[in-house]
Structure formats: C-alpha cells, structure tokens
Write a protein that binds this ligand. Structure first.
Ligand SMILES: Cc1cc2nc3c(=O)[nH]c(=O)nc-3n(C[C@H](O)[C@H](O)[C@H](O)COP(=O)(O)O)c2cc1C
Length: 358
C-alpha cells in the first residue's frame, strides 16, 4: 500500500510503533533527552528516550516530560544491568510507553511482561547470533546496527550484516549504522528492512540538547577524524579523535587505572550504582565473561567521559561518541526539516526507480 503523502510504503514501523514515517531516533545516553525525543516524534519519527544513564527515580519524570511535549508515541531505552533496573521496568510498564529498547539482559519472562502490557520490544543487535537469540526471547522487531554505527559497535558493516539478519529471522527488521538521508532510507527499504534507525543524525539537529561547542565538532569532523578504539572501556567504541582520545591511546596502565577510578567514582554518584552493580554491568558488557576489577572500573569510562563532551560541553576533555556518518554530515537541521528531507529524498529515489522500470 502506498502512503498518499509520499511514495514511501507503509511498513511494520507504522503498524507496531505508530509513527508517521519509517524512521526511528535511537537512544543516546545524555543526548536523547525528552526535548529531542519529543521533537523527533513531533516530526513524524519514533523516538527512544535514553534512560540507561539515569537513576531509577529519574525515569518516570523524564517519561512524563516527553508526554508534556508530544502526544505522539515514543519508547524508552534501558539496560537490565543498570542500577535500579527492576524499578525502571515497573515504571515503564506503569507508564505504558509504546516500546522498549535494550541491549543484552532481559529474559523471556520480562519480555512477556512488556508485551502483555502492550509495550513493543525492539532491541538493537550487532550480530546474527544476537538477533536470533532476541527472536527466541520473543521480541517484536529488531534494530540491526552495522559497524558504521555510533556507540559500542561491531565490525560487520550494514551492507553485510543487514541482509544476513534479514535472512536469519522472521520478525520485522530496521536498519541502523551509517544512515543519515533519504537515499539510505530507500536503500534500506529495498533490502527488505522496515525503515531506518539513526543516532548520530539526530544528535546533529537543532533540538538536540548537546552544547553548541560540541555539536560544532561533530559538524567539522571528517571520516578521517572518526575511529574505533577499545581503550575507553575494553569494548570497541566509535568516536571523534580529540586530545583525550590521543591521551587514552598512548596511556600506560597507571593512567588508565586512575582515569577509570575517577570515572567509576563519578558514575556511582550519578546513577547510584554500587560496586556490585558495576561489576555485573562490566560482566554483561563483556559478553558474560567474568570481568576483572580493572575492566569493571573501565566500564564506567564510557558514560562518564561521553557525558563530559555531550552534556557538559567539554569536547576536548570528553569522548564524542559518533557514527561514521558524522564525517559526511555538515549541518544541524531541525528535526522537522530533517525528517521531511529524508522522506522527500527517499520518495524521489523510489519513484525514480519505479519510473525507470516502466
Ligand atoms: C553519543 C551516542 C550515545 C549513545 N548511547 C547509547 C545508549 O545509551 N544506549 C544504546 O542502546 N545505544 C546508544 N548509542 C547507539 C545508538 O543508539 C545507535 O544505535 C547508533 O548511533 C546508530 O548508528 P548511527 O550513529 O550511525 O546512526 C549511542 C550512540 C551515540 C552516537
């Protein structure tokens, strides 16, 4: 069926999540706050509120704040291994948000609880085996993030991972990692995905709460400035090169240890996480293997150092997590301008392909 406002087909994103367009704004810690989520949703996308870096008692008020700014449906992102996760699950169920996203953690029972409450489960995966596992657990839809993506990321590019996952599972799949325009949306639909999910592109919008000094660093970054390192927390993470990443790349064990110690202390204050919570978090992040004490401390680096750049506006003293796509984006449109541009471009691409066939 063809949508009358554009040549875009209606997809499972419309049916399951209720957004106007097949575009998801993904969760980004310290970035996808109520203002950005509401702006994305009001523009016709489906936004996820980033709650993985919040204290449990901050989640309910943040959901209420989104509701005060938009009457559109939206989702919440959290991690089962964050402090107060059980309380956060209860809050999400009580507030009846439209969807949840999460990485590793939830079990069948938890997913069944969400689904019984009418809440769609839409985890992000970066590997075929994780996609299959999530489907076995009963999720409604998958976001598949190729290695181009921002935050913790895998090594298989979207062009290879997306068709692999599409072949491996029966649930609707949304493409993520490296998407930023209407050509990408048209390509994702052509692959058989239900739409696109974007983090970095929504970070680079006017309504995004990231301080201007940091946003300008994203605008200025080229693809050569963006790299992947595991020096931050032992897991591959994509970021923009700066003074801090140069220091981390060259740091000896003592500097790494003191940086991680300071981060762990700050994270404890920010999220209320105990050392036990952090140990569990580090273990889960490291694919279930037993994390060493040093790894546990290092796991605190990512949220704390990302916060310094993207929330506190210190681009050289923190980590600017990003997708590779920032290297080819040079503007900060409003969410409305962005979504309209993507929908128009995608519609034009799809119409041109159909015309060429005729
Ligand atoms: C600054 C930043 C913070 C992020 N924080 C989170 C997070 O808290 N939880 C999460 O599941 N993913 C997080 N991600 C990953 C994004 O949700 C998304 O999967 C990724 O950005 C998609 O790739 P793209 O940037 O190429 O669009 C983050 C990404 C960025 C760039």
């Amino acid at each position: 069926m063809i949508d009358t406002v554009s040549a875009l087909p209606r997809t499972a994103i419309h049916e399951l999540l209720g957004s106007r367009y097949p575009i998801i704004q993904t969760a980004m810690g310290w970035v996808a706050k109520p203002e950005l989520v509401a702006a994305s949703c009001n523009a016709g996308a489906f936004g996820f509120l980033a709650c993985a870096v919040m204290k449990a008692d901050e989640v309910g008020p943040a959901i209420d704040r989104v509701r005060a700014l938009t009457d559109r449906p939206f989702g919440v992102n959290f991690h089962m291994f964050q402090a107060g996760a059980a309380e956060i699950v209860d809050t999400i169920i009580a507030r009846r948000v439209a969807a949840v996203s999460f990485g590793r953690g939830p079990d069948k029972r938890m997913i069944a609880r969400f689904r019984e409450a009418g809440i769609r489960c839409v985890p992000t995966v970066g590997a075929v085996k994780h996609a299959k596992k999530m489907v076995d657990l009963g999720v409604d839809m998958l976001v598949v993030q190729g290695g181009e993506g921002g935050g913790h990321t895998g090594s298989v590019a979207s062009t290879v991972l997306l068709p692999q996952v599409l072949d491996a599972v029966q649930v609707p799949v949304v493409a993520a990692g490296g998407f930023g325009d209407g050509r990408g949306l048209a390509a994702a639909l052509a692959w058989g995905a239900q739409g696109i999910a974007m983090g970095t592109r929504f970070l680079m919008t006017r309504e995004c709460p990231v301080p201007e000094a940091t946003k300008q660093r994203y605008v200025a970054a080229t693809t050569d400035d963006i790299f992947v390192t595991d020096r931050l927390d032992g897991m591959p993470q994509r970021m923009i090169r700066n003074r801090l990443t140069a220091r981390l790349e060259n740091a000896g064990r003592l500097t790494m240890f003191t940086t991680a110690l300071a981060s762990a202390w700050r994270l404890k204050k920010l999220t209320g996480a105990s050392l036990g919570d952090m140990l569990k978090s580090a273990r889960d992040l490291a694919h279930g293997s037993e994390g060493s004490f040093a790894q546990t401390l290092m796991a605190a680096n990512a949220p704390v150092l990302i916060q310094r750049a993207v929330e506190q506006g210190q681009p050289d003293e923190g980590v600017m997590a990003t997708g590779q796509v920032a290297g080819r984006l040079g503007d900060l449109p409003s969410c409305e301008e962005l979504v309209q541009r993507i929908v128009r471009e995608a519609g034009e691409r799809l119409a041109a392909l159909c015309a060429a066939r005729a």
